[in-house]
Design a binder for this molecule. Structure first.
Ligand code: SF4
Length: 436
């Protein structure tokens, strides 16, 4: 590493699962100055290394885990890193961001980015401990849910390892499968979990013993103190209520997507808004070094879903598995959140594809024969839970919906495309642009 490259570890780790080959390359100063942050670095690697026109499930499609110059410092909001890849949903650029604790350990292990290409012959996981990098057998983990996988690796390798893992949805190449981390954080969008599944890669675990250095430590410390004071006051609502607080804004501006984007307000708003969620919240959870602690751990103590515990539900989950599907039964949304985390499904795309299928069902495009007797009506919360399992395991109509809204609408035909809401194949997040 060039000694003046502060904020970076100075190396990129390359792993080819087909060739069982592990190498590292120096990170060049001119690269990080021109392509700042994990997203910039990931884009540069993608542009240089990925052949044009490849399928997202081609072994040469990489998963690039990339960090930026503030990852590794104890600083509010500085835990986020990204995954860059060709998306199975859009078959174009795919990126996804995740908080938690993975990025600092990557930096401490000495890597600013980890580039994974190829396809393993059998289920595998990658274990990184500083310069000791191994491709491990994951046959015993294949079939486990994403949270069980993380726990199993920590039990085998030690609690200090930070783990990214996929669930059955990623193994089964569901095009909106996500990568899970730390029990409740995700690289959620664009189908990164399916790309991992296509590589027979169940997990990546990392821990490091190094540090990152600031160019001007005293100025950095001053900035850190200033930022901590700022977030205490300016992000007070996020600290107290988490992202569920966003629902009040989308509801009041009539941009809360409801019943597959046919409406912008939801009559069940008060039963699924931040105040309702807080009845289930037991404690807050912070990403590495963050004073905001916007993560909220919810638990259901009684009723049919008693014992369910999740990090969330975040606003995006509340809208996608709530108002978008016409559902105001909060306990079932929390349960659906837990199922998505375990199965490894992006809650935004999962909610969108189920809402789309509900509209198709209500319009007679999908029938009981197509759904195997499931009444896919808006508001049917039990049907949502059933559909999540069917999608993750590609059973029945779930096999079609696992393709995402755009491709599923083409398979279903009969005018279904008219009700398929997507942007070039990607299901939108929870803000109706018509009201903005
Ligand atoms: S706790 Fe919330 S605000 Fe802090 S880094 Fe994580 S996601 Fe961002």
């Amino acid at each position: 590493m060039e000694t003046s490259l502060y904020g970076y570890s100075g190396k990129i780790l390359w792993i080819d699962l087909s060739k069982n080959k592990i190498t590292s390359k120096p990170l060049r100063k001119e690269t990080v100055l021109r392509y700042i942050g994990g997203k910039g670095l990931g884009a540069k690697i993608m542009y240089d290394e990925v052949p044009a026109g490849i399928s997202p499930f081609d072994p040469s499609n990489p998963i690039i885990l990339a960090t930026g110059p503030v990852n590794g410092f104890v600083l509010s909001g500085a835990a986020k890193f990204c995954a860059v890849f060709k998306s199975p949903l859009t078959e174009a650029w795919g990126e996804s961001q995740c908080g938690g604790y993975f990025a600092p350990q990557m930096k401490y292990a000495g890597y600013d980015a980890i580039v994974i290409v190829g396809r393993a012959k059998r289920p595998s996981y990658i274990l990184v401990e500083d310069e000791d990098v191994k491709i491990m057998d994951a046959t015993h983990l294949w079939g486990m849910d994403a949270l069980e996988t993380e726990e199993a690796i920590k039990k085998d390798q030690g609690k200090r390892f930070q783990v990214l893992s996929i669930g059955p949805a990623g193994e089964n190449l569901v095009r909106f499968a996500c990568i899970n981390h730390a029990g409740g954080r995700q690289l959620g969008r664009c189908g990164a979990g399916a790309v991992m599944g296509s590589k027979k890669l169940k997990a990546v675990a990392v821990q490091g013993s190094g540090t990152v250095e600031a160019a001007r430590p005293e100025a950095f410390e001053e900035f850190r103190r200033w930022l901590n004071e700022e977030v205490k006051e300016k992000l007070k609502v996020l600290r107290e209520l988490g992202t569920s607080a966003i629902m009040a804004a989308t509801y009041s501006t009539k941009t809360l997507p409801t019943r597959n984007w046919t409406e912008g307000t939801f009559e069940g708003f008060e039963r699924i808004n931040a105040e309702a969620v807080m009845r289930f919240v037991k404690r807050s959870k912070a990403c590495y070094g963050c004073l905001v602690a916007c993560g909220k751990i919810s638990r259901i103590d009684s009723g049919p879903y008693a014992g369910t515990e999740v990090e969330g539900p975040e606003y995006e989950t509340l809208f996608a598995l709530g108002s978008l599907c016409g559902i105001d039964y909060l306990e079932s949304i929390i349960k659906a959140n837990e199922l998505c985390d375990r199965l490894g499904l992006d809650t935004i795309s999962a909610g969108n594809v189920i809402a789309f299928s509900m509209e198709c069902y209500e319009k007679g495009i999908l029938t009981d024969k197509d759904t195997g007797g499931i009444k896919l009506e808006f508001g049917n919360h039990a049907a949502v839970l059933t559909m999540l399992e069917k999608i993750a395991y590609r059973q029945g109509i779930g096999d079609v919906l696992a393709e995402g809204v755009k491709k599923a609408s083409k398979i279903i035909g009969k005018g279904a495309e008219k009700f398929a809401v997507h942007v070039k194949g990607l299901e939108p997040p929870g803000y109706d642009p018509r009201g903005l």
